[in-house]
Write a protein that binds this ligand. Structure first.
Ligand code: ARG
Length: 347
């Protein structure tokens, strides 16, 4: 049993998470009494995957130290998910000129919108799962101040969740900007404590630049627009990250890159996606999957993570995030989307 009262968890027959595949009794015994300086324990690392047995991964980190202290569990999970070994080193590269991604759909027949986001957390404090209420509020204060100082095309407004006016809330929902409350994976990871205090959303006037504050990560920096101009979206994102970095220092690890609460986002913490209408490929999922697998892409429904597609519109995004650069992530997305459009036209 751990110091906080956890015995080796029981996993369902049907459980196939990386947690249940990698947590052995021996590993449990080895890690059960460890605790980081912010009070993060093995019980907390694995709680989301124990409570939600349909998890794909099932673990979260509470602070930078979690990735070290619990590395005998995190490292095999990271290796399995990202194909990133213990001796690999992550490298960041946010340079627009290395990307070659001319609009793959200039006539606007397939791509509805393009979105690129990165996750970021503030250096020298815990990640969301171990943040105290005071620390979370101070992150909100620091980040919202930095955002409100942005100028030009990035200038906009910060909307705190607590005390949000009904008209504002409705508009943010209509724009699909609001992050959902009560997600059970985040809940069990400790990421919904003190909800909704300390959380909020910023967006610029054009609604092409958005920041979520204190959701799964302290910052989710998002650039998006209608259509398929991937370079424009990447360029705006790079610019926004640079501007925010002038007043906020992000948590970065020399081996794992940008640290995030969920190990799936480590490294670039980047998800580059399009919403794309593919009626013909949608009826031939085998060919569809062959193309996306080859380009290291993931297919999702358009109603966010854990959603399924009920129409002929798909959300296509990069799968690799760690051990590849940001340029690689966006290039993967472009290459795959260009191949999908080419095939859709042939069918
Ligand atoms: N913890 C969830 C699972 O294991 C989500 C993992 C990836 N998604 C995320 N938003 N971090 O299925």
């Amino acid at each position: 049993m751990t110091s906080d009262g956890l015995s080796f968890p029981i996993f369902n027959q049907s459980c196939s998470s990386l947690l249940c595949r990698h947590l052995t009794v021996q590993l449990f015994e080895q890690l059960k009494d460890r605790v980081t300086e912010n009070g993060f324990t093995l019980a907390k690392v694995i709680n989301s995957g124990v409570v939600n047995q349909d998890s794909g991964v099932g673990v979260y980190a509470g602070d930078a130290a979690s990735y070290d202290l619990f590395s005998p569990l995190f490292d095999p999970i990271i290796a399995d998910y990202h194909g990133f070994s213990k001796t690999d080193k992550h490298r960041s590269d946010l340079s627009l000129e290395k990307l070659s991604a001319p609009d793959p759909d200039p006539d606007g027949n397939f791509i509805l919108s393009t979105r690129i986001r990165v996750g970021r957390n503030v250096a020298n404090i815990p990640l969301g799962p171990a943040l105290t209420k005071e620390q979370r509020n101070s992150v909100e204060a620091q980040v919202s101040r930095a955002l409100q100082n942005l100028t030009g095309k990035l200038a906009g407004t910060y909307y705190p969740l607590s005390g949000m006016e009904e008209t504002v809330r409705r508009q943010l929902i209509a724009d699909h900007f609001l992050f959902k409350a009560g997600d059970r994976f985040l809940d069990a990871a400790g990421l919904n404590r003190d909800w909704p205090e300390g959380r909020g959303i910023f967006h610029n006037r054009d609604k092409t630049f958005l920041v979520w504050v204190n959701e799964e990560d302290q910052l989710r920096i998002i650039s998006m627009q209608q259509g398929g101009d991937i370079e424009a979206v990447f360029s705006r994102l790079i610019n926004a990250v640079k501007e925010i970095e002038k007043s906020v220092t992000f948590m970065f690890d020399p081996r794992l890159g940008y640290l995030t609460s969920c190990p799936t986002n480590l490294g670039t913490a980047m998800r580059a996606s399009v919403h794309i209408r593919l009626p013909k490929l949608g009826n031939d999922m085998e060919t569809f999957k062959k193309i996306t697998d080859a380009a290291h892409l993931q297919i999702r429904g358009i109603d966010g993570e854990h959603s399924e597609t009920k129409s002929d519109i798909f959300d296509i995004s990069n799968k690799r995030r760690l051990g590849v650069t940001e340029v690689d992530c966006v290039q993967d997305m472009y290459n795959g989307v260009a191949a999908l459009i080419k095939r859709e036209k042939e069918l």
